[in-house]
Ligand binder design. Structure first.
Ligand code: GLY
Length: 397
């Protein structure tokens, strides 16, 4: 149900209607809570721009084992999550167990690929070294200059726009009411009062889930926007230029190509620390196309159907913020950086458990406690509201 007039009270308000917010709303409603989801334009943030790679192995970085464990846990649960979601919503999400091929063009790229492979294998992940010829056997449209590769059989993909549609249908079917607008958590003294909508209305709720991605910075200053620009191309009907996700570092820049069953080829993505900027720039489009063509020359023949720029929600330690915050009643589900699509189900399960069972379940999601020590610690939560004691004192003066 979509409302433009707000309901005045509920069990929980979810702020943010991307994949994280929609998944949280669905799970909470399915467990019996009355849920209002607030978003000015659901799905118009990073979720609608994402390529949908489910890639904990490809994206692992030294020192980020907690994120890897969480990502692998989420990837293992994805088939069950998608099966249930598709059954409830009737929407095919485009989940494909296609694997990923990381490739190298130059000697420097080969060295970097080998170093990544050592890291991945050392962490017990399944990766296979390939010659350039073997890469072209798997993906015949790769440039002849591709000289080595790593096959990553467990990194798959989903179509985030379909996933979001499915989540929205499932959430609505479970009773979630969507209010189009923006809002801010509001407290009276130490207690959460609910969400103050931009219209001025207070939606009263004892619990609020903050899932506004990069925009959650206004409430959680530890979150920083990381701009990503992405292109959409169309492959000719029946001709699949690639079968699986292909990625590489070209001229020092990360590039990936994600082919979908429906003929779309997504090329991404930049990673820019430029604040909340959603402009597509000529330079980024040029670089992405040039790097994609260096890997797959046939890219130059494809129709360019769209360009998008959105902001990922980064955190200082690259781990999301999932669970109760220092403000009683305010639960965070943000900071997912490059992994929101991968982590939406485990986040939603953790949020539902925190709100309903009183604690985040044991497992890798516990590393995402927003109150954890270190630079990501979200101690400075910004809410609107009033302090009745201070107001009473001010009134006496
Ligand atoms: N997950 C890939 C990206 O954020 O670009």
């Amino acid at each position: 149900m979509l409302l433009d007039v707000p309901v005045s009270a509920t069990d929980v308000v979810v702020l943010g209607g991307g994949v994280i917010g929609a998944a949280c709303a669905w799970r909470l409603a399915r467990r019996g809570l009355r849920v209002i989801l607030v978003d000015p334009a659901p799905g118009s943030g990073a979720s609608g721009a994402a390529a949908g790679m489910l890639a904990p192995v490809s994206e692992v970085q030294p020192g980020e084992e907690p994120l890897l464990r969480l990502g692998c846990h989420a990837a293992q649960g994805y088939p069950d999550f998608v099966r249930e979601l598709e059954r409830v919503s009737g929407v095919v999400t485009g989940y494909r167990r296609c694997g990923t091929l990381a490739v190298a063009l130059t000697a420097d790229d080969r060295a970097r690929l080998a170093e990544n492979r050592r890291l991945q294998a050392g962490l017990g992940l399944t990766v296979e070294a390939l010659t350039g010829r073997r890469c072209r056997d798997l993906e015949p449209m790769l440039d002849p200059g591709v000289s080595a590769g790593t096959l990553i059989p467990d990194d798959h993909q989903v179509d985030p726009r379909r996933l979001l549609e499915a989540l929205r249908i499932a959430a609505t079917a479970a009773g979630v009411v969507t209010v189009q607008g923006s809002g801010t958590p509001e407290r009276v003294d130490e207690a959460l009062a609910g969400v103050r909508l931009d219209s001025g209305t207070l939606v009263r709720a004892p619990r609020v889930v903050l899932a506004t991605g990069a925009w959650s910075r206004s409430v959680v200053p530890a979150v920083r926007p990381v701009k990503g620009q992405i292109l959409r191309l169309r492959m000719p009907a029946g001709e699949h230029v690639l079968r699986r996700t292909v990625r590489a570092v070209v001229h020092g820049r990360d590039v990936y190509l994600v082919p979908r069953e429906n003929g779309e080829l997504v090329v991404g993505a930049t990673s820019e620390d430029v604040g909340l900027d959603q402009r597509v720039t000529a330079g980024a489009v040029h670089d992405l196309l040039r790097d994609a063509q260096a890997l797959v020359p046939a890219v130059s023949e494809l129709e360019l159907t769209g360009t998008t720029a959105r902001c990922r929600p980064g955190t200082p330690d690259n781990l999301p913020l999932i669970g109760p915050s220092v403000v009683p009643g305010l639960t965070l589900a943000t900071g997912h950086h490059r992994n929101g699509v991968l982590l939406c189900a485990v986040t939603a399960d953790a949020v539902a458990a925190a709100l309903i069972d009183g604690e985040v379940p044991e497992g890798p999601v516990r590393a995402c406690d927003p109150r954890r020590p270190g630079p990501a610690r979200s101690a400075d939560i910004v809410t609107t509201g009033r302090d009745t004691a201070a107001a009473a004192t001010a009134g006496r003066r």
